[in-house]
Design a protein around this ligand. Structure first.
Ligand SMILES: NC(=O)c1ccc[n+]([C@@H]2O[C@H](COP(=O)([O-])OP(=O)(O)OC[C@H]3O[C@@H](n4cnc5c(N)ncnc54)[C@H](O)[C@@H]3O)[C@@H](O)[C@H]2O)c1
Length: 271
């Protein structure tokens, strides 16, 4: 008997699936008997393979910023499973930096050209490349879903994270525009925008140090803020909660949903 979601046997690519949200997404999809192609710079830990049935999970070493690497990902997926039903554009980075550091011009916490280009190339160009190359297969097949991992900061803006937030705002816009372009080919494009979540690989000591600096607070104060009163549910979100929404949006249960980005932030933000 098939499950309520009905994604058994669907082929779903997850970029950045070796860590954090992406890993939780891979687990949710495996639980629901989808075929998963994990595209990441780093191979996942063995425990993820242990959760998969025979040939259910394939890792393809991928750099989403390089066209040839994404072409290889799509070719390998077709070779392994024949089709691409869904791509989850999840790979992303965040390097907190100030536009202007009044304490020191060109300080290590000011946004440099190099950091700007790095954030844009992974968070924005990577989503473009993956959507174009995988999306072409979906248009040919007359069906498919592109799921974009956005962030509430894309709508809200974020102190000390302007370059990151701007790339996420771009993904809100990609989601709207591509839904308009691809709807006629029965390809849906949807986004989801998490707020504050339990810890992932993104929240490194360097990240926390930089973000605290840009906000003029200590790392300790920053950590206290993760579950502050600005979240009506008074807690951070679980990766599994985000993963469940991805699984739903990937499924035909969401068949009339396109061109929109769901906020999943415990009530913290509008949208
Ligand atoms: N963690 C949060 O609180 C949060 C909130 C909102 C949105 N997001 C978004 O969720 C996504 C996942 O974030 P996370 O917190 O799980 O981070 P993470 O650091 O735990 O995982 C990101 C993964 O992406 C991979 N990756 C990085 N660059 C890549 C590249 N060039 N090619 C292929 N893979 C690459 C990394 O190897 C890593 O496995 C990101 O897009 C992030 O912006 C996270």
């Amino acid at each position: 008997m098939s499950g309520w979601l009905g994604i058994e046997g669907k082929t779903i690519i997850v970029t950045g699936g070796s860590s954090g949200i992406g890993k939780a997404v891979v687990e949710a999809l495996l639980e629901n008997d989808a075929h998963v192609v994990l595209a990441d710079l780093h191979e996942p830990e063995q425990e993820l393979y242990d959760k998969a049935k025979d040939n259910q999970l394939v890792f393809v070493s991928t750099n989403v910023t390089e066209r040839s690497s994404v072409v290889n990902l799509v070719n390998e997926t077709k070779k392994q499973f024949g089709t691409i039903d869904v791509i989850v554009n999840n790979a992303g980075i965040n390097i907190p930096r100030l536009l202007i550091d009044p304490k020191e011009e060109n300080s290590k916490f000011e946004l440099s050209d190099v950091t700007f280009d790095k954030i844009v190339s992974i968070n924005q160009k990577g989503v473009f490349l993956c959507s174009q190359i995988a999306g072409r297969e979906m248009v040919k097949a007359g069906k498919g879903v592109i799921v974009n991992m956005v962030s509430e900061s894309g709508l809200e803006g974020s102190e000390g994270q302007s370059a990151y937030a701007a790339t996420k705002a771009a993904i809100y816009s990609f989601t709207r525009s591509w839904a308009k372009e691809l709807g006629k080919y029965n390809v849906r494009v949807v986004g989801l925008a998490p707020g504050i979540l339990e810890k992932t690989g993104l929240r490194t000591p360097a990240y926390e140090e930089a973000l605290a600096y840009t906000r003029g607070i200590t790392v300790e104060q920053l950590r206290q803020g993760y579950t502050n009163k600005s979240i009506p549910l008074r807690r951070d979100g679980k990766l599994k909660e985000v993963a469940d929404l991805v699984a739903f949006l990937s499924s035909d249960r969401a068949s009339y949903i396109t061109g929109t980005t769901y906020t999943i932030a415990g009530g913290k933000t509008r949208g």
